[in-house]
Design a protein around this ligand. Structure first.
Ligand code: PDD
Length: 268
């Protein structure tokens, strides 16, 4: 950590010109890794950035990070930027060498105590740009939303645009009503979560109906259950939104079942 260096002129540093992925590790094994690499490829190509190395080399890097850090449970963060060049808004003339960095973080993912109690969420305006489908390191709007949540005693902010929830500041958002799971459809307005994708498949296999459409905060207040998904939270129950208790303030049966299914699939 102390020896890694990034150039002062790196476009990731100067203009947030970079993309990233966060992959979970359980029992020393990567979770949903193929989906994360697929999304990385898409983020890079949407920004017309090159791969920093081959996919096989990235795979080796991930496995080496787990081995050298003896990581049993936690996450691998990786980031690719367009590289260093004289500062300009337009792309640098000629090829720049992409910058690749990655590190591990130990986390208690499976037995996260929040999953037992459920977490609190507040709503906050969605201040982001219109290409939220690209996983860029340009995270100031989500940072302000997450900070607002923390300052109000909540763990996540659900961002609201035109009266509807888009997603969490670092997670996808779901409510459950009459046994049906409701979550916003994929578009440029939200990030296509890898956990979301895996969960949708598992839910379908289990016969849980999923409706993909936007929902309002008012609909969420009146929901039977609510939850969020992300690589570092998996499937996380929500028990309060804007100070209003959801489902009696306890994680409900649908979210508990979905978390169990996801953990089983992930090798917990
Ligand atoms: N965040 N939406 C946003 C805005 C996110 O930042 C994330 C993930 C997700 C969930 O995607 P996935 O299931 O692929 O993790 C949705 C990561 C965990 C982060 O920034 O730390």
């Amino acid at each position: 950590e102390s020896e890694g260096k990034v150039a002062m002129f790196d476009r990731g540093f100067l203009i947030a010109g970079g993309v990233y992925e966060v992959s979970a590790v359980i029992n020393g094994k990567l979770v949903d890794y193929a989906a994360h690499m697929e999304r990385l490829g898409r983020s890079l190509s949407e920004l017309r950035m090159g791969w920093p190395c081959t996919r096989a080399e990235l795979d080796t890097m991930h496995h080496e990070l787990i081995r050298r850090n003896d990581l049993k449970e936690g996450i691998i963060y990786m980031q690719v930027t367009r590289g260093a060049a004289d500062r300009a808004f337009n792309f640098p003339k000629g090829e720049t060498k992409p910058t690749l960095i990655a590190f591990t973080q130990v986390m208690n993912l499976v037995n996260n105590p929040n999953a037992v109690t459920g977490v609190k969420v507040i709503t906050t305006p969605d201040l982001r740009w219109s290409r939220r489908d690209i996983k860029t390191v340009m995270l100031l709007a989500p940072v302000l939303g997450k900070q607002a949540a923390y300052e109000q005693g909540a763990q996540e902010g659900w961002m609201v645009e035109n009266g509807h929830v888009t997603e969490g500041t670092s997670s996808n958002a779901y409510i459950v009503k009459d046994g049906k799971v409701i979550t916003r459809h994929l578009s440029n307005e939200i990030l296509a979560g890898c956990t979301r994708r895996a969960l949708m498949r598992l839910a379908k296999e289990e016969g849980v109906e999923i409706v993909e459409r936007p929902f309002t905060p008012e609909e969420a207040y009146a929901a039977d259950e609510a939850f969020l998904t992300s690589a570092s939270q998996f499937v996380m129950p929500i028990v309060e939104i804007d100070g209003k208790r959801i489902g009696g303030g306890q994680p409900g049966p649908v979210v508990r079942k979905l978390r169990e299914l996801y953990l089983k699939e992930a090798g917990a």
